[in-house]
Design a protein around this ligand. Structure first.
Ligand code: ADP
Length: 791
């Protein structure tokens, strides 16, 4: 903090030194008794100010021809009439006068020009008898005069004699100040013209920057978070941008010379009172805890009063209050500086930028006032730079605030995502538990030799329940992929076996539709490949499932082809070809987006959510593989991808026929199991499934009970639910293992295997079966671990 203050101090000191240097430049010639002798002055170097004692005729508007009629007084030029004291006399602000100056020019001089600034509030300037410049119309009554303000640059005629006589008529009936207050410049016309363009360029550049900056922030306010700080800053920039062209040299007025002075002076004054209001509000909203509310109220009240005065009273009246307004404004900027200092002490966002920028603004005002009172020359470049620095630093303060808001929003969004994913995971768990009962019971009913009509209804029930299950699974999966939570295993996988299992699993579904499901596996793939069997199986299953779903007749073919084989790796193309409805060209890229189906009627006719392909594509993409599609409506589709996988040392397994067990097989006869499950519906489903196949089932409803009931001599295997009251499946397994039980304990879970497997295996569970289970999967796992029945 101190460091910053020291830096600001140094900057101010350096600038003051620079300014003093400017002020100390060699003294320019001064007019005496209405005569300015420039015979020994080099006019080609820089413009000369026509200041000093001019001839002065108060309450006379004299033309060049009538000058000789009266002897003039001499008065300093430029000086406001209210500051004149000639022969002990004071002058009013309203009135009219003529000024004269004779200038002796050097022999060698460039082509000359004049820069004539505005006066309060109208003038006509003659050079050697001819009118050269005019602002409005000076007259001896209010009615015969019109005011106007603009800075004019004029080029003097070529055949200029060595002596020129300047006559200037000035009249004021409208402003609280009267008379001349800015210096007229005489110099090389090229320099003056260049200066004019330079000044105009500065003014328009700054006005343009401010206006565009203001619009930008206004856009942020409108399309963003409706943050009032941004709104006030944007309006402040826009309003203040007018002041760059509508005050000081009045660049705008030089462009449009028929502007109405009574309108423009009101806009000029209003722009200031409005800017102060907006800046006060901006500061109040930027650091509300550091601004005293009474300050804001008082300032706004003060500005509003002045605005009302500007709008309701005559120009003579409202211009009288300007000095008071400027003093209050100066103090308000100093107070803003104090607020930013306080904010910086409290380490508020962007406060250092805000503080620096206000320090710069104070400096600008200091410079403008020093120039106004004639202590320093006009430092347009410094003022321009300072203005740009002020707005730039204030923008930084705002941007800082924005960045902070975005950071907070990002954190909140992440929290939201976490909550969403927790919610989805809980929901899917909760949905899967009752689904387990629905699917399990339907399986049971289907195997109890139902009537043909009942079988058909049960088929619909099973289809819908499975569909619901796949939707729940898909949503959960997509959520995980979006969160980047998905990881890939690198273990030996038997690709031909995966393909065979998928085909076997979906054979019935295809058969029911009269679609033949064919499998073609490259025989050269004789070793296992390194990859993720679960995800690979999910991808292929999705593609084959879709193909069957969207094929009414003909065939669906799964082809696994080795494109390239080396000793260590195989490049494999997995292709699913169907003779189904096909996909129109324009829909082909769309169907990979989430929740998108080629046809809006798809979900009605075929079910699904439009998530399957999005998931499939993402799973492949995350492994650096692209999913491709060739399709023609009415002819069929071909989904395929090519992936290079390393070989493992293990040979692939033998072809196993996928079997559907029937209850009459009494597959589990002689096996006694302990089923540990708290949900009575799940108990009913599992118990019936198992007993129908000949198993004997003892039931425990939580971990504690399981510890009591397990009898190693009686039970060949334990089916253990993981989430239970009193004692969950993990804890119970740990305690059983501690007790020395070595029998297989199979986890039953409504979560996905990935979610529970590390904890489950660490606890000592032997395998995992996911609910809702297909009876055949359950039988197979039991047979695998408990050994054949009747033992
Ligand atoms: P879902 O099958 O749940 O609608 P997917 O993401 O798996 O969602 O598929 C998106 C859409 O792509 C489907 O609705 C369907 O319009 C189209 N589609 C996918 N596979 C095929 C196919 N084999 N034949 C024709 N259209 C298909």
């Amino acid at each position: 903090m101190r460091g910053y203050l020291r830096k600001i101090g140094w900057t101010l000191l350096t600038l003051t030194c620079c300014l003093t240097c400017f002020a100390d430049r060699e003294p320019a010639p001064v007019a005496r008794k209405g005569l300015l002798d420039l015979r020994n002055t080099d006019l080609s170097d820089h413009p000369i100010k026509l200041h000093g004692e001019w001839g002065f005729y108060w309450m006379h508007l004299l033309s060049p021809d009538s000058l000789t009629a009266a002897a003039p007084d001499f008065a300093p030029y430029p000086r406001l009439w209210k500051d004149l004291h000639l022969h002990g006399r004071d002058y009013p602000t309203q009135g009219y006068a003529t000024y004269t100056l004779t200038i002796l020019l050097p022999r060698n001089r460039p082509r000359l020009g004049l820069e004539v600034p505005d006066t309060y509030c109208s003038y006509k300037l003659y050079v050697n008898g001819a009118v050269q410049s005019q602002n409005g119309r000076p007259g001896d009554t209010k009615e015969t005069s019109t005011p106007f303000w603009a800075t004019r640059t004029v080029v003097l005629p070529l055949a200029e004699p060595d002596t020129i006589v300047v006559v200037m008529q000035i009249a004021n009936f409208w402003h609280a100040k009267g008379g001349p207050y800015k210096e007229i410049l005489l110099g090389n016309k090229d320099d003056l013209i260049q200066k004019k363009y330079q000044d105009a360029a500065y003014d328009f550049l700054l006005a343009g920057c401010l206006f565009m900056g203001g619009l930008f922030f206004l856009g942020l306010f409108i399309f963003g978070r409706h943050d009032k700080t941004t709104l006030y800053f944007s309006l402040f920039c826009i309003v203040y941008s007018y002041r760059m062209v509508g005050t000081d040299t009045y660049t705008l007025h030089s462009l449009f010379s028929d502007l109405n002075w009574f309108v423009t002076i009101r806009i000029e004054y209003l722009s200031l009172s409005l800017s102060v209001t907006l800046f006060t509000l901006y500061t109040r909203h930027l650091y509300p805890d550091d601004v005293h509310p009474i300050f804001t109220k008082a300032m706004i009240w003060f500005c509003h009063t002045y605005t009302a005065i500007i709008l309701l009273t005559s120009t003579v009246i409202f211009t009288r209050f300007m000095t008071t307004f400027l003093v209050v404004m100066f103090f308000s900027i100093a107070y803003a500086m104090f607020v930013y200092l306080k904010a910086a002490r409290h380490k508020r966002s962007g406060s250092l930028y805000a503080m620096l920028s206000t320090a710069i603004l104070l400096l600008v005002f200091l410079l403008l006032n020093l120039h106004f009172f004639g202590f320093i020359p006009p430092l347009r470049l410094i003022v321009l730079t300072a203005y740009i620095a002020f707005f730039f630093l204030q923008s930084l303060a705002l941007s800082h605030r924005f960045a902070q808001t975005f950071k907070t929003a990002a954190i909140q969004a992440q929290q939201g995502l976490r909550t969403k994913s927790e919610f989805l995971s809980t929901m899917s768990h909760e949905i899967r538990t009752p689904l387990n009962a629905v699917i399990g019971m339907t399986h049971l009913l289907l195997r109890n030799e139902p009537r043909a009509d009942q079988k058909e209804d049960l088929g619909v029930l099973l289809f819908s329940a499975n569909n619901l299950l796949s939707i729940v699974n898909n949503i959960l999966d997509y959520n995980k992929i979006e969160e980047g939570k998905i990881g890939f295993e690198q273990i030996p996988m038997d690709l031909p076996a995966i393909a065979r299992n998928i085909v076997a699993g979906l054979k019935n579904a295809a058969g029911e539709k009269g679609v033949s499901l064919l499998l073609e596996v490259d025989q050269r793939l004789d070793r296992k490949l390194i990859g993720d069997p679960t995800r690979t199986s999910q991808v292929i299953n999705n593609l084959v499932h879709n193909a069957i779903k969207f094929t009414k007749e003909g065939s669906v073919k799964l082809i696994i082809h080795a494109d390239l084989l080396t000793e260590s790796a195989a490049t494999v193309t997995v292709k699913v070809v169907d003779t189904g409805i096909g996909i129109a060209k324009e829909k082909q890229s769309m169907i990979f987006d989430r929740f998108t189906q080629a046809d809006s009627s798809t979900s009605r006719s075929y079910g699904g959510t439009g998530l399957g392909l999005a998931i499939t594509k993402r799973i492949l993409e995350l492994q650096g593989v692209a999913l491709q599609l060739k399709s023609e409506p009415g002819k069929g589709s071909e989904f395929y991808y090519t992936q290079t996988l390393n070989f493992s040392e293990e040979a692939i397994g033998q072809h196993e026929e996928f079997t559907t067990f029937a209850f009459r097989d009494q597959l589990l006869k002689g096996i006694t199991l302990l089923l540990v499950e708290d949900n009575p519906l799940n108990v009913l489903v599992a118990q019936t499934m198992l007993e129908n196949c000949g198993a004997t089932v003892d039931v425990a409803t939580n971990g504690l009970e399981a510890l009591e009931k397990l009898n190693a001599a009686r039970h060949r295997l334990v089916l253990m639910d993981l989430h239970m009251p009193e004692m969950d499946g993990y804890e119970a397994t740990v305690l059983l293992r501690k007790r020395g039980e070595t029998l297989p304990i199979i986890a039953l879970t409504a979560s996905t295997p990935k979610e529970v497997e590390s904890e489950a295996y660490a606890a000592g569970l032997t395998d995992i079966v996911v609910k809702p289970f297909n009876p055949d999967d359950l039988y197979r796992v039991i047979l695998q671990h408990a050994g054949p029945a009747n033992q």
